[in-house]
Design a protein around this ligand. Sequence first.
Ligand code: WT7
Length: 715
Amino acid sequence: MLAFLSSLPLSSKLSHSAFTPCSSNRSMTSAKPRSACTHPVPAVALASPYVPDLDTYTTLYERSITDPDSFWRDIAKSFVWKDNPGNESNEPVLNYSFTPGSAPGVNVSFLPNRKTNICYNAIDRWVEDPVKADAVAFYCEGNDPGRTRVVTFHELHDMVQRFANVLKNQLNVKKGDVVVLYMPMVPELPVAMLACARIGAIHSVVFGGYSAEALAGRILDSKAAVVVVTESVARASKTVKLKEISDHAIRIAAKSGHDVTYQIVTKTPGKLKVSPSAIEIPQDIEWDVALASADPVCPVEWVDSEHPLFVLYTSGSTGKPKGVVHATGGYMVYAATTFKYVFDYHENDVFFSTSDCGWITGHSYVTYGPLLNGATQVLYEGVPNYPTPARLWEIVEKYKVAQLYTAPTVIRALKGAKAPPPTETNPNPSSADWVNKCDRSSLRVLGSVGEPINPEAWLWYYDVVGEQKCAVVDTWWQTETGGHCLTPLPIPGLPIKPGCAMMPFFGIEPALVNGEGQELKGPAEGFLVIKNAWPSTLRTVYRNHKRMEETYFERFPGFYMTGDGARRDADGHYWLTGRVDDILNVSGHRIGTAEVESALVLHDAVAEAAVVGVPHDVKGEALYAYVSLMSGVEPTEELRKSIRACVRTEIGPFASPDTIQWAGALPKTRSGKIMRRILRKIAKNGPKTQRDDLGDTSTLTDPGVIDMLLSTYGK
Ligand code: WT7
């Protein structure tokens, strides 16, 4: 039953000598079996870790799997529920069915008979204590160093209540309505999220890098009547005019028959006021003006634990992005609990996540997880390497950050940054000098998220950034899971393997299955599935429950299918091997190949397109597009540019392919399926591609297509 535990090494075996140190093996490439390299972690100076040793983890984990109801009911006691009901032992806690169709409409529920409000749990209960009310919730750090702002819990409470009243009283937003937020990392974004939650409205945050078309698609899918937008924002040395994009999106939505009634505009960070809109949109309302006139007191709306908290669109392997829906109570408990244990957050620590609230990481580990723990954090508006590659480390030093949470792509970019100019005292500088010039002695836990972390990047994070004193936690999870699922905990002395997500968080029972859905035991590689529900399992796909069941439960009934592949080593530890479907991960951004292909074929000159991922040193994966042109169209550089522009318009700049190869035809099977396997190999190896490497090509309609693709490679 507890497959994971039975293969877990005994704690007595976990001496450093049981693992091969790899400090002498820095040049290791990911081509080598990654588990061959383990890196002993010396006792991390955690004052009083919540999980002091592996035995404690094992006991807690075992209980969370054998008796999840009592495990989660106990944890739920530290949250405020309406009238704080007695914890009756026969109360339903975690109910689920991972079999399609067996529970129409609902697959998962958590404490379904209770009511709560996540905003109350994130703010109100802290401000009841006058000392805590004055504690800092957000140290806001602008794009340009020096532009800072501090928001205390009390100020947060005031802003959230006022904005909740604006939504409710001035804009007529009702419980269950969707509000779209298209904003950068300014405090108004978490304020708007929490204000929605306060009145039972559902927020839908759209990442500020998405285009007007993509934003319009999300507005239309959720029929949102209110959009909150920031006028513009500086990102490094560029200005992104979010309001112009949003105006455009609202016009696109109107053409499709959906009118946004109100648009709330927050000012450009650092500016004193919103400039008058170039385009007359009568429903524009200025955030500051609305807040100033709003009633400062807004009682919370107690909602059912299962009431939807938010919808967040994410790419699937087919079709349009799906609106992943999370429910209030379970998401609250799981986001808060993972934050506490995985980052070992203690009072007075300063937490810093570089993720944007446009992604699930920003929902769970900027807005909700930290505030539900009363945490103080840094809210950073900018990018990690502006104005110099020292920026993150300067922030760490300035705020004495204890836990840093970022993505492998950021780590790789900073590791590979151009060295600072030589000085008399440092004639041979290296990129590590950007790090070394800042005091990082406050750091205890270094988190990684979003994509597999290669051991080289892991070791740089551990050795250079953490000076071998911090625990590196590589957290594997997904928009759908709401919180961390596989991750080491910062257990003092636990030898964490570089690039390994190690072990399941409490309540998660991972398994590996083969293509037939049979569970694999012991060391194995296969499709990563989860056998049971945890409190923040996604509840549905917005207005499309059928898609939820098809995507996650149809292929392997009885399991939650993650879409990732993984390997379990002889110690029972999990290594993520990447997606097993047509989803790519570019700089930690999840992009569906189908979405990019649909955007490419919208171009008049494009007849057909296929997109694959190629390994990239910094981004992890880069987009490589094969494009067949309409007959008679000449392939030119200009055309390449305009095809790229089409993707930027449809999705956003981050989805624009790095490479476009002109392809006279695409390799297809007789049934018309594109053989992506071939396209991936050619994109990666070019003319060096070995025929034997391409696998079985006998089902190709036209075997000559391979020669054609090889000869047009790089053209
Ligand atoms: C996909 C989910 C998790 C929040 C941010 C991304 C990949 C995520 C890891 C990791 C290997 C990872 C997976 C997953 N992924 N974290 N630590 N190691 N892969 O959320 O956009 O929903 O993407 O990101 O492929 O399925 P998302």
